[in-house]
Ligand binder design. Sequence first.
Ligand code: NAP
Length: 307
Amino acid sequence: MHNVVIIGSGCAGNTAAVYTARAGLNPLVIKGLEAGGQLSITSEVENFPGFPHGILGPELVENMKIQAERFGAVYLDGEVTEADLSKRPFRLKVNSEWIETRTLIVASGAKARWLDLPSEQKLIGRGVSSCATCDGFFYRDKEIMVVGGGDSAMEEANFLTRFGRRVALVHRRDTFRSSKIMLDRAMANPKIEFILNTAVEEVFDVSKGEVTGVRLRNLVTGETTLRDVDGFFVAIGHIPNTKIFRGQLDLDPDGYLISHGGARTNIHGVFHAGDVQDRIYRQAITAAGAGCMAAIETERLLEEEGH
Ligand code: NAP
C-alpha cells in the first residue's frame, strides 16, 4: 500500500515527488509513456527561473527526478492503463499489475497534437515546436510559420511577430475556429500573412537536422509550393491524458480535469497537477507550482488521517 502515487514524470509530477518525498511519504512515480513530459521534447529552456544561462529541457526534468530520488521517491517505468477510484485505497493497473494507494496525484499532462508528418516528427526540437512561449525567442528576425485555425494559432502567431521577420499562418480551411477578437487581432497584424485552404505536406530538411522550409499544398487547386521557413510552430490543439479517468474524474468537454479548488478533483484524495488540468498557461514553471500545491494538499490529508 502506497501513501501516494504520482502519475506522470514531467515538471508537475517531479515537483510533487520532491515535495512528498521530503515529507517522508515515499512517493511512487509512474513515469508514463512520454517520460519527462513536454520538456523532454524541448531543447533550450530559458524561462525557468534559476538558470540564468538556460538549461536543456531533458536535463531540467532529469535534475528534478534525481532531486526527488535523493529524498526517497521511487520511479517506475510504465503506464497506468486502468484506474479504480470508486473507493479508497485507490487501485491502479500498472504494467499489468494492480497497485493500491491512499492518495493519488494525477500529473499525466497533455500531448501537443501534431500533424504527424514523418519529417515534422524528426525535427521536433530542431526548428519544429508546439510552444511559441518556449521557443519563439530563438527566431529573432527569422521566417516563422504557424499551423492552425484556432485561438492557439492566432495567439501564437501574434506573439511570434515580436520575434520573427514575418509569420505565415497556414490553415487548412478558409473559416476559423478561433474567437473573432483573436482572429481580428491576427488579421490586423501587418507581420502576419494568412495562407488558407492549405496543408503542409513536408517539413525540410531532415538530412540537415534543422528546419529550412516546407512544401505546401493548396487544398482547392491542388497546387504545391515550396517556402523557406526557419521556425515551424504547430498550434492545432492539445490532448489531455485523461482517458483512463473518464466516468470517474470530472472532465471538461475537451478532456481536461476540472479543478474543485486548489489541487482537488471531485474525488477526495485525488489531486491534479500541471497541464492535465491547465489549458491556459501550460508552462514548466506553472506545472512545477501546481505539483507543489498537489503535494502539500496530499501531505495535509494524510496527516489529518494519521498516516
Ligand atoms: P482548437 O480550437 O481545437 O483549434 C485547432 C485548430 O487546428 C483548428 O483550426 C483545426 O482546423 C486545426 N487542426 C486540427 N487538426 C489539424 C490537422 N491535423 N491539420 C491541420 N490543422 C488541424 O484548438 P486550440 O486553438 O488549441 O484551442 C483549444 C481551446 O483553448 C479552445 O477552446 C480555445 O478557445 C482555447 N484557447 C483560448 C485562448 C485564449 O483565449 N487566449 C488561447 C488558446 C486557446 P479545423 O478548424 O479545420 O478543424
